[in-house]
Design a binder for this molecule. Structure first.
Ligand code: 2RA
Length: 330
């Protein structure tokens, strides 16, 4: 049993981490919740008990924490995650601060749990839209990934509470505060900041993280990331080209038995993955599998997952459990 800490415990992901730790029956001996000094003294819930938020400071290394889940943004992670890891705490970081560092594993347990070494103390959680996409692609690796193109339809909860509030504001006819344009009755082909080449940082994350997770640094990957007026659960249209010839049936068969995947692909009964069905679950729902008529050995795959759970909190809890098992069995 472990003393477990959630850093950033007042945010959407931090609160979900507390909920998922309880739901997954994570071996928690003691729970601590940290946030900025502004939130100190506030109360969050763990297994129906009140937990008082503590102000984060460098003294956290003296608190005897065995497992720390970070969901407080890159700046906080950069400052505190290495300190805790150096003190022996197992840290799973949900920010993008360490994801592309060569010596830091970037892990989705269903895909690359072998990337966790027995002595790793700092592990990065990938971006939400990357997580669900690689869970859908991993079972198809035997066909040889040759090229991937993503188009995302990302829920406003990916921007935290302020995204959800902008959607609500728009529905009341009020101006947006978080986004540069209304998200109600609109879509924004803009997630995170624009980079000099015209891609957004969110698109670049999907490209870089996919290559790192599959250990295919040269894999041709591209992405267009779009914010849609959906409260929760991201959808991704994946267009994938394989090295080998395959079929819709073979792809369906591989996905049907894959861990963490639920195949929902029966268009004769209007059955396909949708955000409303994915929300509140930890699975990645996959469907609309069909041959791309414009390119050989190429297929369209539609996948949907709860971005706050599998895309963030649940994946972090699963990574922590996997890392603890790796170090116990080493
Ligand atoms: C988003 N990917 O949906 C982000 C959250 N990490 O905005």
């Amino acid at each position: 049993m472990y003393h477990v800490a959630v850093i950033g415990a007042t945010g959407a992901v931090g609160q979900k981490m507390l909920q998922v730790l309880a739901e997954h029956d994570f071996p928690v001996r003691q729970i601590s919740a940290y946030a900025s000094a502004r939130s100190a003294g506030k109360i969050v819930q763990f297994k129906g008990q009140d937990v008082t938020i503590q102000a984060l400071s460098e003294n956290i290394t003296k608190d005897g924490i065995g497992v720390a889940l970070f969901a407080a943004g890159g700046t906080i992670s950069e400052q505190y995650a290495p300190l805790l890891a150096a003190a022996g705490t197992l840290v799973v970081d949900n920010s993008s601060a360490f994801r592309m560092q060569a010596d830091i594993p970037l892990v989705v347990p269903e895909v690359n749990s072998q990337a966790i070494g027995p002595n790793d103390r700092l592990i990065a959680n990938p971006n939400c839209s990357t997580i669900q996409s690689v869970v859908a692609l991993a079972p198809l690796q035997p066909f040889g990934l040759k090229r991937v193109n993503y188009t995302t339809y990302q829920a406003v909860s990916g921007s935290g509470q302020k995204g959800i509030e902008d959607l609500a504001r728009g529905s009341r006819g009020e101006e947006p505060v978080n986004y540069p344009h209304p998200i109600h009755d609109n879509i924004l082909p803009h997630i995170d900041v624009f980079l000099p080449d015209g891609y957004t940082k969110e698109e670049q994350k999907m490209i870089d993280e996919t290559r790192k997770i599959f250990r295919l640094p040269e894999l041709p990957v591209s992405a267009t990331c779009v914010r849609v007026p959906v409260t929760n659960s991201h959808s991704v249209a994946i267009n994938v080209t394989f090295e080998q010839e395959t079929s819709v049936e073979a792809i369906r068969a591989a996905l049907a038995e894959a861990p963490g995947v639920v195949l929902v692909d029966d268009v004769s009964h209007n059955q396909y993955p949708m955000p409303l069905d994915a929300s509140g679950t930890d699975d990645v729902y996959v469907g609309r599998i069909r041959q791309d008529q414009s390119l050989a050995n190429t297929f369209h795959i539609w996948c949907v997952a709860d971005n706050i759970r599998k895309g963030a909190a649940s994946n972090a809890v699963q990574v922590a459990r996997q890392a603890l098992e790796s170090s116990i069995h080493s």
